[in-house]
Write a protein that binds this ligand. Structure first.
Ligand code: IMP
Ligand code: MG
Length: 187
């Protein structure tokens, strides 16, 4: 058998994923988060989920928020700062802006992970620039040890150590978003 570098790549064992937060733990925390958030939302709030990472979190959180009978809209924004690397490049780019008018409205920004803080610092500034009245932020995971800014989220699902995590919408080079739990890549 002739082994070329391309072949070798295809047969390389997949990175091992060590479970960190189970499906049941995520589910319970999302229900609790919705109860924390609901009383703080004004009617007409635009919930803006940052894609792609927050898509599973946003879907679950929105359905839990619906039990609180709120008047909210959902929109999305695609920002990127990582490329396929495991470190933030520090530069945040808008790949797709939100479509809803946020002027004079409250905005709840949802993201998967608060890491360096660059993405959410940028997103909050961007919403302010678009004329949002009040901006709240919610992240599923917070990695405070990695912060490069003074940013703090208003609502946090779980505070985790400095590990590169995947699953529940979160990827490494576009893989593992489909996992129902959160795990970290074995070092
Ligand atoms: P920040 O701008 O450094 O705060 O990074 C926020 C974004 O980086 C998140 O929305 C994720 O998309 C990505 N990110 C940060 N940490 C991780 C990780 O552990 N796994 C996968 N993506 C991550
Ligand atoms: Mg992201």
């Amino acid at each position: 058998m002739i082994v070329s570098p391309a072949n070798a790549n295809r047969t390389a064992p997949p990175p091992k994923i060590v479970p960190l937060i189970t499906e049941a733990e995520i589910h319970a925390r999302v229900i609790a988060l919705a109860s924390e958030i609901a009383p703080r939302l004004q009617p007409g709030t635009v919930v803006v989920a940052l894609l792609k990472g927050a898509f599973v979190f946003a879907a679950d959180l929105l359905r839990e928020l619906s039990r609180h009978e709120l008047d909210i809209n959902l929109d999305f924004m695609v920002l990127s700062s990582y490329g396929n690397d495991t470190r933030s490049s520090g530069r945040v780019l808008i790949n797709l802006d939100c479509q809803k008018l946020v002027e004079n409205r409250d905005v709840l920004l949802l993201d998967d992970i608060l890491d360096s803080g660059n993405t959410l610092t940028f997103a909050v500034e961007h919403m302010r620039f678009k004329g949002a009245e009040r901006i709240l932020t919610c992240v599923l995971l917070d990695k405070p040890l990695r912060r490069q800014t003074a940013f703090q989220a208003d609502f946090v699902g779980f505070t985790i150590p400095d590990l590169f995590v995947v699953g529940y919408g979160i990827d490494h080079a576009e893989r593992f978003r489909e996992l129902p739990f959160i795990g970290h890549l074995e070092e």
